[in-house]
Design a protein around this ligand. Structure first.
Ligand SMILES: [Zn+2]
Length: 127
């Protein structure tokens, strides 16, 4: 069962709960019993395909601008989004982590891109 996250207004905390499905009603807050929890559309609960995520990213101007400027932080964000819904492999975590600190592990990224998009995907990495 997927984990969904909810926000409790009364105790101002996030409540994670296993629910049978996306449309299942929210659980009552385990702490204060508030039954009006708001669903949080976290990256962990929304399963998206890479394509969806990619389009989502492309529609985010701030992020694409950052990527055009080769801003490592934008790339880290991109990585994070591409991996939402998936379990990210540890080496991805490391890359994201390093880019979050402003580093730029190009070789590793290129390698990962080939692994992720190499299977019959379009050629977009020239230039
Ligand atoms: Zn509560």
């Amino acid at each position: 069962m997927p984990v969904y996250e909810y926000w409790c207004d009364s105790c101002c905390r996030i409540v994670s709960s296993y629910r049978p499905g996306f449309s299942a009603p929210p659980p009552p807050c385990p702490r204060c019993d508030n039954s009006e929890l708001k669903r949080i559309f976290s990256t962990f609960s929304v399963q998206k395909t890479h394509r969806d995520v990619y389009e989502d990213i492309l529609s985010d101007r701030q992020l694409t601008d950052g990527m055009m400027r080769n801003d490592p932080r934008a790339l880290a964000e991109w990585n994070r989004r591409m991996n939402s819904g998936d379990k990210s492999p540890p080496e991805y975590e490391e890359i994201t982590d390093r880019m979050g600190r402003g580093e730029w592990p190009v070789a590793q990224i290129e390698q990962k891109k080939k692994e992720s998009f190499g299977q019959g995907a379009t050629k977009s990495e020239s230039r």
